[in-house]
Design a protein around this ligand. Structure first.
Ligand SMILES: Nc1nc2c(ncn2[C@@H]2O[C@H](COP(=O)(O)OP(=O)(O)O)[C@@H](O)[C@H]2O)c(=O)[nH]1
Ligand SMILES: [Mg+2]
Length: 312
């Protein structure tokens, strides 16, 4: 994309996507504080509110509002679906995702956008967990975050923050891979990281949410875990499968040495099974990697830091 393409394609700086499902109590406050902060900045912006079949009167409040773009579904699809839909409708060069529940410092959106300079994505990283079902969520999230850090081969201070800004042109390449549910926000970080885009973390304050959370700890945690593994398999299968193949291989070789030394050169059947399993996993890993390499898009959008010289 050239600089002039960019000017004609995006008329505005920032599109703020606001997924809403039954947030009547604080909807106006949230939208007002975002508007105030954005009006005080020198950024041009639009707010895209995606009302996902709310039944508590949120819809009526939104319909009475001016200065927002309202997308409304009659049935509920999930916050990830809503965020994707809103992002496709967006016109901004930068897209911001956040919650509409007073939990994120939405008045700091202009700062978040400025931090994006030279990066492809900026994530507001929380230092404390304020969510519901804390005892279950904290260890589960910690485990998944560690797993994701290993798979993405980089430290991820906050994987599932709902407060982030990213380049729309980069995100459009991966939107179709993001799930309908809550793990959508984590998945977009992994999609960027796995494809060589930069993600920066800036510390933010996090407040207890107003209204009720829609997060179901078992269902959503299971999906979240699956999504982390799936995303890595999609872009970097060697990182998931190679450790398994190598571990099985090491075990098989150790067992072979043991058999040779203690069983008079008779190799046990289970030793062979382990060695064959190692071979199977390794071959699948290499094949999966081959598929990923072959199907890579040649016209991938250039990562942020590399565009600077070109545009100068
Ligand atoms: N459009 C849409 N938004 C949703 C849905 N579920 C939650 N949200 C919104 O997504 C944001 C995050 O949801 P929340 O319940 O706070 O999740 P949590 O932050 O993970 O506890 C809020 O703005 C919700 O209104 C949904 O099914 N559809
Ligand atoms: Mg929330």
């Amino acid at each position: 994309m050239t600089a002039s393409d960019r000017d004609t394609e995006s008329e505005i700086d920032v599109s703020i996507i606001l997924p809403v499902h039954n947030e009547r109590g604080h909807l106006s406050d949230e939208i007002d504080r975002i508007r105030k902060a954005m009006d005080e900045s020198d950024l041009s912006y639009e707010m895209i509110v995606v009302d996902d079949g709310s039944t508590d009167g949120s819809t009526e409040i939104l319909q009475g509002m001016t200065g927002i773009r309202l997308i409304r579904f009659h049935t509920n699809h999930g916050s990830g679906y809503a965020r994707r839909y809103g992002t496709r409708a967006a016109r901004g060069r930068v897209v911001v995702w956040t919650d509409v529940d007073m939990s994120y410092p939405n008045d700091e959106i202009p700062r978040l956008v400025r931090e994006l300079d030279g990066f492809d994505q900026v994530v507001g990283a929380r230092s404390s967990e304020q969510g519901t079902s804390k005892f279950l969520r904290v260890p589960a999230k910690w485990f998944i975050r560690k797993l994701a850090s290993i798979l993405a081969a980089t430290e991820i201070p906050d994987l599932n923050s709902g407060f982030r800004a990213f380049r729309r042109d980069v995100a459009l390449q991966y939107l179709h891979l993001l799930p309908d549910g809550f793990s959508c926000v984590s998945t977009i970080t992994l999609a960027f990281l796995s494809n060589g885009y930069s993600v920066k973390y800036v510390p933010i304050d996090y407040f207890p949410r107003a209204g009720d959370s829609k997060f179901h700890w078992l269902r959503d945690t299971r999906r979240y875990l699956l999504q982390v593994v799936r995303m890595t398999m999609l872009f970097n299968p060697l990182r998931v499968l190679m450790p398994v193949g190598l571990a099985l291989g090491a075990l098989g070789i150790a067992k072979t040495v043991y058999d040779v030394a203690t069983k008079d050169f008779r190799i046990a059947t289970n030793t062979l099974v382990i060695l064959l399993a190692a071979l199977g996993v390794t071959v699948v890993a290499l094949l999966a990697d081959l598929i990923v390499q072959i199907s890579k898009d040649r016209d991938q959008v250039t990562p942020a830091a590399h565009t600077m010289n070109r545009l100068a």
